[in-house]
Write a protein that binds this ligand. Sequence first.
Ligand code: NAD
Ligand code: ZN
Length: 360
Amino acid sequence: MKFRNFPMVPRVVFGRGSFNQINEILAPKRKSDKAPFIYIIDAVFEGNNWLLDRIDLKFNDKIIFQSAKEEPKTIRVDELRDQIVAEFDDLPSGIIGIGGGTMLDYAKAVALMLTNPGSSADYQGWDLVKNQGIYHVGIPTISGTGAEVSRTTVLTGPVKKLGMNSDYTPFDQVVLDPELTAGVPTNQWFYTGMDCYIHCIESLTGTYLNTFSESYGEKSLELCREVYLEKEERDEDAQNKLMMASWHGGMSIAYSQVGVAHAMSYGLSYLLGTKHGVGNCIVFDQLEEFYPDGVKEFKQMVKRHNIDIPQGLCANLTDKEFDTMIDVALSLVPLWENALGKDWQQTITRKKLRTMYEKM
Ligand code: NAD
Ligand code: ZN
């Protein structure tokens, strides 16, 4: 048995208003007045002075507003890297991602691609990244994915949707300021928060479970339940709790694995561009057979918050399209193995997956 020796985020600041410390945190990391800090910020914050006025741009520091309408693509990561290399003589002092999982993943990937040659598509997989990236900072503005703690940056490339999983991927610094999540629209708050809830269920019921994962998963699940089943409103306490649920959920899957919902949701996302949070909800809604208690509780949460879970996505797909989704889902072997054990192929046949996708 070989135990994984995995890296963690070495520095984190937590607290309402902690974003105010960003300039102080970055200052010692500036390499020279020619080496800028590059901020990759969700375009939803363009013109938002409440947030932007607190960033003290110096010398040639730059903000790039990036849309989060689509999930990160390798082609866009390469483009951002090329743009930065063309514009500045020196390597940046750091990359700061401000936004949801989409921005956090862009920031991680661009930081790695500034010191590794070729296309980010060459590094989709496990431990393919050769060189340490440049200093990178993650500042989540929506809670749930765990991208702020994870060792991956999930990218859609020309042939697959797969992360750049490496010891160099985790952030050097994370700023957890729950105030930044106040403006998230309700449906999105639910979908991304359920990503965290589903991480917990998949981790806690999986065959890879160990005490390390369990201790984080249980805490995260408890916080999710408080936020989505007990609290009357999305108040400050709920924002704080969901941000820490996301962190713990990410820590839980770091040392175990996700399961059926994630495997099938990757298929939807690859073929239809369905975003991760909502895709997970669409799939999880149909997984009573695999996660009876979790799905029951999930449905309660959907009802309580009056959330719309899209239906009928797969109604008009061709055989070839179903096959593409099934190929993507089946390729995620560790997820199936975690969910169902070594003999997972006895339950999960192409026909079975087709029947399940047809319900979505
Ligand atoms: P997101 O970043 O895609 O954002 C979702 C929506 O919320 C966007 O429209 C965005 O503009 C908006 N938004 C974000 N913050 C807001 C705010 N404060 N106010 C108003 N609107 C706001 O959402 P996400 O669910 O956090 O991230 C999904 C992505 O994360 C996917 O690409 C997925 O693959 C990735 N992911 C990565 C990991 C990892 O470990 N690296 C884990 C899970 C998911
Ligand atoms: Zn997820």
